[in-house]
Design a protein around this ligand. Structure first.
Ligand code: FES
Length: 227
């Protein structure tokens, strides 16, 4: 039986995001600039595996990373290590956002450079869910789960709808009823989706009170899955 349980954050990802002018790089934050430029460089490389080691290594604990809203965003550049998770209003998501072990979920986004939520026409929408830490099992990337929080792309791998509903503990896409198991790497357990929802590895900031990405999505988001 299906229930709509995505109630903690309003749905806004259906609205296309205006492209607008590129934001200015804050001169005061050279770390962000360096990371952004590197991300753009890697985004321009056809073989994109190289960014993985850049994004993950050596940056955990940095809490100032943000992502620039450009048309070149890929699943590898939507989040970089240190990017805060924010709600639709751009508020940074704290460790207390979802009650521990509740299994509840909310929609979050990468924090845009300069603040606010990087919504990017719904492609960046991410499901944040919280069970007990020991409920997760492989193929979940257990190193990317923290305090019972796990994050997955919200974009269905079948035809790109937003996975916004629940089927018990599982996640349900309302378009063609694909079902994903968030405790097992969001593997497909029903419906036509061809592959799991990509996981976003997450951790906490050095201060220990906010959630951030510790890398990028581990697979392409949405339908197709090749690029
Ligand atoms: S788009 Fe999700 S099941 Fe078809």
């Amino acid at each position: 039986m299906s229930t709509n349980d995505d109630t903690t954050t309003a749905e806004a990802e259906q609205e296309p995001e205006p492209e607008g002018e590129p934001e200015q790089i804050p001169e005061r934050d050279t770390l962000v600039e360096t990371r952004r430029n590197a991300a753009k460089l890697f985004a321009g490389i056809a073989g994109s595996a190289a960014i993985g080691s850049f994004a993950v290594n050596g940056l955990v604990g940095v809490d100032s990373a943000a992502v620039k809203d450009t048309t070149t965003l890929t699943y590898e550049t939507m989040y970089v290590s240190g990017t805060h998770l924010v709600d639709q209003e751009g508020n940074r998501v704290g460790l207390d956002a979802i009650p521990a072990g509740s299994g509840e979920m909310m929609t979050v986004f990468p924090e845009a450079e300069g603040g606010g939520a990087l919504t990017a026409a719904g492609q960046t929408a991410t499901l944040l869910i919280r069970f007990e830490q020991d409920q997760y099992a492989e193929p979940t990337n257990l190193d990317g789960v923290v305090e019972g929080y796990a994050a997955y792309s919200k974009v269905c791998t079948h035809a790109g709808c937003q996975v916004s509903q629940r089927d018990g503990q599982d996640l349900l896409c309302p378009c063609h009823q694909s079902v994903f198991d968030p405790l097992n790497g969001c593997e497909v357990v029903g419906g036509p989706a061809p592959r799991p929802l990509p996981q976003l590895p997450i951790g906490v900031t050095e201060e220990g009170d906010l959630l951030m990405a510790t890398g990028h999505f581990e697979a392409p988001i949405g339908a197709g899955g090749g690029e």
